[in-house]
Design a protein around this ligand. Structure first.
Ligand SMILES: [Zn+2]
Length: 427
């Protein structure tokens, strides 16, 4: 009899501990990475431009998921692009999460300090390495704090069209993806029970309303997006960009119907607020009616992706940058490609700015109704065009020149979809 009771108790305890260990937990945290004093800002290749003021703050924002033995971190940084050279330094400082389960993406604001170390014609770079080192630590601190705050959570997940004047394709107005993906973690216990811990918004857009030429340092429209979400529902807001290349940008057109170039645009902070708040409101509308997912499973895997550097400009930048890119193979870059399943959603990362047709193709080959693409994540190696688009239309001269080469997107699509095939389907 006594043995039976002990056996029953042991069974009960092990069942309870399995249940407990398999509880989904989420934590989130942020760090301000606005330089003080302000630094010149970069919107791409060339010398960063001096600023006189700031509009909003720059942030590193982290969301950590845990279930059973799996831990995943998703981080967004308010910058044009955030290389794995910097990302790996943060990964080394992050405790309790394997480096390959840490996704670090850039929002692509065009009004933040140079994080590439763009060399000028003489090979000189103006990036502030001390500032970048400080950011590396802030990113790691944000993730470590998010891990320390892990608490039981349920999720809401939805993907739908964001309506209104938010984005368009500057090269061909209708050719963009209006889908906005949202993942919201809601606390299931404690004093915050029922309240959002974090809301992640995934949408393809160039945050370049202000750009780098106005003497302003800013997260651009992403700043007002964070503020709006947090003031409306609480918790922490994150933004992961999508396939926003060639040339999906903020719809600042004052004269609708005109083909971008030559038309009047509203490049003001007020316009950042209008678009950021509209996208935030749309994201909250999209997620509001989504069903609550109790304790959904999570999955994370990664592969190394090797891409040839065929472009002379890209070779010059990568070789002269004071960040000191490491080349395992001459004229090749290696980057981390991630696939996540978060409940019924699947997420793939893109190490650059994929054109929207690539985004559509990859999304429709993902085995889910909730496809997410995290652009400019883990690395940002310029534009990614199909070999057919490469050096085709005159309009594609710039995006072809500032891509690694003709095969970048082809290799990416093949490897990304291979990873999809080799991974379990989301549940
Ligand atoms: Zn861009």
């Amino acid at each position: 009899m006594k043995r039976k009771v002990v056996l029953l108790l042991t069974l009960l305890i092990s069942t309870l501990s399995i249940t407990y260990a398999q509880t989904l937990k989420v934590g989130a945290a942020i760090r301000v990475i606005t330089p003080n004093p302000l630094l010149p800002v970069s919107g791409g290749i060339g010398t960063p431009k001096a600023v006189q003021e700031k509009k909003g703050d720059l942030f590193a924002r982290a969301m950590v998921f845990e279930r059973g033995n799996t831990r995943i971190a998703i981080v967004n940084v308010d910058n044009l692009g955030w290389s794995s050279i910097l990302g790996n330094k943060s990964r080394a400082l992050i405790k309790g999460i394997p480096p390959e389960n840490i996704l670090i993406g850039a929002t692509h604001t065009h009004s933040a300090p140079d994080a590439y170390g763009f060399p000028d014609m003489s090979g000189k770079s103006f990036a502030d390495l001390n500032y970048l080192d400080w950011c590396v630590k802030q990113i790691a601190d944000a993730v470590n704090e998010a891990t320390s705050k892990l608490e039981p959570a349920s999720l809401k997940i939805a993907v739908d069209e964001a309506k209104g004047k938010i984005a368009y394709n500057y090269y061909a107005p209708q050719l963009y993806d209006p889908r906005c993906g949202v993942i919201q973690a809601v606390a299931t216990s404690g004093i915050n029970k029922g309240k959002p811990i974090a809301t992640l918004v995934n949408y393809a857009i160039h945050p370049e309303v202000l750009g780098s030429g106005r003497g302003i340092l800013s997260p651009d429209l992403i700043g007002p997006l964070y503020d709006r979400i947090e003031s409306k529902v609480g918790g922490i807001a994150l933004f992961m960009n999508g396939a926003q290349g060639g040339m999906v940008t903020a719809d600042t057109r004052l004269e609708l119907g005109k083909e971008g170039m030559g038309g009047k645009e509203d490049n003001t902070w007020n316009e950042c607020i209008r678009i950021g708040e509209l996208l935030a409101d749309e994201a909250l509308r999209i997620i509001e009616k989504a069903p609550i997912l109790e304790n959904p499973p999570i999955y994370c895997t990664s592969r190394n992706l090797e891409l040839p550097i065929d472009s002379e400009i890209m070779r010059y930048i990568l070789k002269k940058s004071p960040l000191k890119y490491e080349f395992k193979k001459e004229n090749y870059v290696t980057t981390q490609l991630n696939l996540l399943n978060i409940g019924p959603a699947q997420i793939l990362t893109i190490p650059g700015e994929a054109l929207p047709n690539i985004g559509f193709y990859v999304k429709r080959n993902m085995p889910t109704k909730f496809p997410f693409l995290f652009g400019l994540t883990n690395d940002a190696f310029g534009y990614m065009l199909t070999k057919v688009d490469f050096n085709s239309f005159k309009r594609y001269d710039y995006v072809s020149r500032t891509s690694l080469g003709e095969m970048t997107a082809e290799i990416y699509m093949e490897q990304a979809l291979k990873l999809v095939k080799e991974s379990p389907k989301p549940e």
